[in-house]
Design a protein around this ligand. Structure first.
Ligand code: NAI
Length: 389
């Protein structure tokens, strides 16, 4: 493998940068983390040590391994130290201008063969790459939080990215025991796009008074087999994060009504009711939280589950139809990136494309909204009696 044992650079030692550094170091790389904030570095060093101590206490790794991981990682505020790297992964604040400045500096101090990657979750890789004289060196490598635990990594070539870099990065990161999927440089990539209806259709059902929060959460968990319901999950992610992702995807898709955010969630964000981290979101987390019992019949719960599932399948189908990613990668992304119980395209085959199309047509007829338009691929497949798998 081309990059094995080589030095990896990481920029930004926040939640993501530190996690990515720990993963690379675990697999034997020397890692240099650059951050422009001395107190952030100090905090990251403490977090790293504390995290490794926990792993040792839980007997996930032994003391020697913990020492090795720790010794492999060095911190700096000096960008010139990154000249030895063969790959640099940037994970600083989500701000295009800040990232562009960093990439343009990186390009001038690193070797021409060094691959320059961004962990951005919502900016276009192509826009970041435009700051470089050689945009072919730039690629997206999107880890999920926490990077040490989540198996999925989305690899995103910008329109100018060198194909060989895509292959090198996929090979390298697969070697870190991660599951790599490849995705076109489009808003939300796979996961943050395809997962939108899980939240937005649940919010729509709630906003219309069709069911209460816990009724919807329980429907998705008990009938759908999801680990968490949409409201529990939004409360865990935090509305400051989840709402902003929704709004960003919506605006980047030129305000397509499929992605329209909910005012209910916006108000939570504005109030500072971010969810679990602030003690209050959709639910109250003051005491030991327990999801309330459902007040609706099994039949009503099934209808809610099918409605949300069909919206998710429609988005997964659109992602395939528009060649954003392959069938395999779309299903892998949702099971490995957000723990869905099944890949959505596989799920479509199981419940039947006819049912998906009928459900969407019913919603579209009733609401007369473009939000519920059926993906053309589903129509084509239905006419030809095809399945995804
Ligand atoms: P964070 O806010 O925890 O950490 C960012 C770090 O970058 C801070 O330590 C800050 O001091 C440093 N920094 C800011 N400007 C800098 C500069 N000019 N030079 C050097 N260091 C600088 O952020 P987080 O959550 O780790 O996110 C980082 C990136 O990863 C963002 O692009 C975000 O969209 C992406 N991402 C975040 C995920 C998450 O769940 N937090 C998941 C996947 C991607």
């Amino acid at each position: 493998m081309l990059l094995k044992d080589s030095v990896i650079g990481v920029i930004g030692c926040g939640a993501m940068g530190l996690g990515i550094a720990q993963v690379a170091s675990t697999f034997g790389h020397s890692v240099i983390i650059l951050d422009n904030n001395a107190s952030a570095i100090q905090k990251a060093q403490q977090n790293l040590k504390a995290g490794l101590d926990k792993l040792v206490a839980k007997q996930k790794i032994n003391e020697n391994k913990a020492k090795e991981i720790l010794n492999n990682i060095s911190f700096t505020q000096e960008i010139n130290e990154l000249t030895v790297c063969v790959l640099v992964i940037e994970a600083v604040v989500e701000n295009l201008e800040v990232k562009k400045k960093i990439f343009s500096q990186l390009e001038s101090i690193t070797k021409e063969t060094c691959i320059l990657a961004s962990n951005t979750s919502s900016l276009a890789i192509t826009a970041i790459a435009a700051s470089c004289r050689k945009p072919e060196r730039v690629i997206g490598i999107h880890f999920f939080n926490p990077a040490t635990l989540m198996p999925l990594v989305e690899v995103i070539p910008g329109i100018a990215s060198d194909d060989s870099h895509v292959q090198i990065c996929k090979e390298l990161i697969s070697g870190w025991k991660k599951v790599c999927v490849q995705v076109k440089d489009t808003p939300g990539f796979i996961v943050n796009r395809v997962a939108r209806p899980f939240y937005s259709e649940a919010l729509r059902i709630y906003d219309e008074g069709i069911a209460d929060l816990a009724d919807i959460d329980r429907a998705m968990k008990e009938i759908g087999g999801f680990k968490m319901g949409p409201f529990e999950l939004m409360d865990m992610i935090g509305h400051d994060v989840n709402y902003v992702v929704t709004e960003t995807v919506w605006s980047q898709f030129y305000f397509d009504p499929k992605f329209k955010p909910s005012l209910t969630q916006k108000r939570l964000m504005e109030a500072g009711f971010f969810g679990r981290k602030s003690g209050k979101g959709f639910y109250n987390y003051n005491n030991d939280f327990e999801l309330p019992a459902s007040k609706i019949s099994k039949n009503e719960a099934s209808k809610i589950f099918i409605r949300i599932l069909c919206m998710l399948i429609n988005e997964a189908a659109d992602t395939l139809y528009l060649k954003i990613a392959s069938r395999e990668d779309i299903d892998l992304a949702m099971t490995k990136g957000v723990n869905y119980p099944k890949g959505l395209l596989k799920w479509a085959d199981e419940i039947g494309i006819q049912q998906v199309v009928n459900q969407l047509n019913e919603l579209r007829d009733y609401y007369e909204e473009d939000r519920y338009r059926v993906c053309p691929l589903l129509k084509k497949m239905l006419a030809a009696n095809q399945t995804f798998w």
